[in-house]
Design a protein around this ligand. Structure first.
Ligand SMILES: NC(=O)c1ccc[n+]([C@@H]2O[C@H](COP(=O)([O-])OP(=O)(O)OC[C@H]3O[C@@H](n4cnc5c(N)ncnc54)[C@H](OP(=O)(O)O)[C@@H]3O)[C@@H](O)[C@H]2O)c1
Length: 332
């Protein structure tokens, strides 16, 4: 895959571009590709100001706006070739107590991005999703599932000649704001590390791996695919032991809206899921047989009833690798 060619002379919009993903993606995009322009779209002017100072690059244009506002999304996506939709309300407990706010950003916002892209003849969009969207039990996951469905259906609904919509789904990002490892690092000086349950597992991905999958999706997509990286799992209770010698753990119980294990692909998805060396692809259910062939490429269909879950994962992160990530962590 040659990302230089894919993004050469292109104008790219990142909704939620000031977040953890947006900052890292911007760094790699500017380093590796000769783009025409990068538009960073988000609400908070301070985050944009810091990002502007940090990158100091004339190719980046900052636009204040809210994905809930159709007009501002339409404005931001004029003359844009590619969109990465990263804007989201993503903290599980926040979404549980502010459901309508989460619905407005994650569902209505997604629909505004889809409409704007279609109207402005944007070529390709990749929307970011989460393992919490697979068989969701919390509102955050449910809104992200609805968002995934909107993006996938958009290929069908608009019968768009111009815009192709796909989704990339991944698990906990090591080092992203508010995530597991920064949380435990903050607790290092306290007596105990609060851990919800001794059996709890999660998928772990580095921001670079997430970004690679997004680049891959732009290169591979026909429209309607949901891409999932093969990434390792971890027992949550093992993280404090790596952060601090003789770490003491206090089990505090599973919080509302939390699962013991996360799933990326459910048994029901298995009917449409294909496996590749480093990733899985869930194909849209609306394809006919000849269309499906074009999407599969070199993939192998998973067995009926297959699921990809943080507890049935074949790959587990080694203590050394985790320590290495923790030592290099740069919280953004
Ligand atoms: N981090 C993870 O562990 C993880 C795992 C799986 C999937 N994901 C997905 O990856 C995406 C990016 O996550 P992230 O870690 O980069 O999140 P993040 O650091 O919290 O950043 C979120 C971004 O969205 C913007 N935003 C929030 N609400 C908005 C709105 N209504 N309109 C416009 N912009 C808005 C924020 O800026 P303002 O507040 O200034 O608007 C910020 O730029 C999300 O879709 C998330 O669901 C993340």
């Amino acid at each position: 895959m040659n990302i230089k060619n894919i993004f050469k002379n292109k104008t790219i919009l990142i909704t939620g571009g000031t977040g953890s993903f947006g900052n890292s993606f911007t760094k790699i995009l500017l380093k590796k590709c000769k783009i025409r322009k990068l538009i960073i779209f988000s609400r908070d002017e301070m985050k944009q100001w810091f990002m502007k100072e940090k990158f100091n690059d004339k190719k980046i244009k900052f636009m204040i706006g809210d994905v809930r506002d159709e007009d501002s999304v339409i404005n931001a996506s004029r003359n844009v070739d590619f969109i990465i939709h990263a804007a989201a309300t993503k903290i599980v407990p926040t979404a549980e107590i502010n459901p309508i706010e989460c619905i407005k950003t994650n569902i209505l916002g997604a629909q505004n991005v889809i409409k704007a892209a279609n109207l402005n003849k944007v070529k390709k969009i990749v929307a970011l999703s989460t393992d919490k969207a697979c068989n969701p039990i919390n509102l955050y996951g449910a809104t992200k599932l609805a968002s995934d469905k909107l993006f996938i259906a958009a290929n069908n609904f608009y019968s768009s000649k111009f815009t192709k919509f796909s989704v990339v789904r991944y698990g906990n990002v090591i080092g992203s704001r508010g995530s597991l490892i920064p949380f435990f690092l903050e607790k290092k000086k306290e007596k105990f590390f609060p851990v919800t349950h001794s059996d709890m597992t999660r998928f772990l991905i580095t921001l670079d791996q997430g970004i690679d999958l997004v680049f891959f999706a732009f290169n591979d997509m026909i429209g309607g695919e949901l891409y999932i990286s093969k990434i390792p799992s971890v027992y949550i209770k093992d993280i404090p032991k790596i952060i601090k010698k003789n770490a003491k753990i206090k089990y505090i119980g599973i919080r509302p809206g939390e699962k013991l294990h996360e799933k990326m692909i459910s048994e029901d998805d298995s009917l449409f899921t294909y496996e590749y060396k480093n990733y899985f692809k869930i194909l849209p259910s609306f394809l006919n047989d000849s269309e499906r062939k074009k999407y599969i490429k070199r993939g192998k269909k998973v067995r009926k009833g297959f699921s990809y879950s943080s507890d049935n994962n074949k790959e587990w992160i080694s203590k050394n690798k985790l320590l290495n990530y923790i030592n290099k962590i740069e919280i953004i």
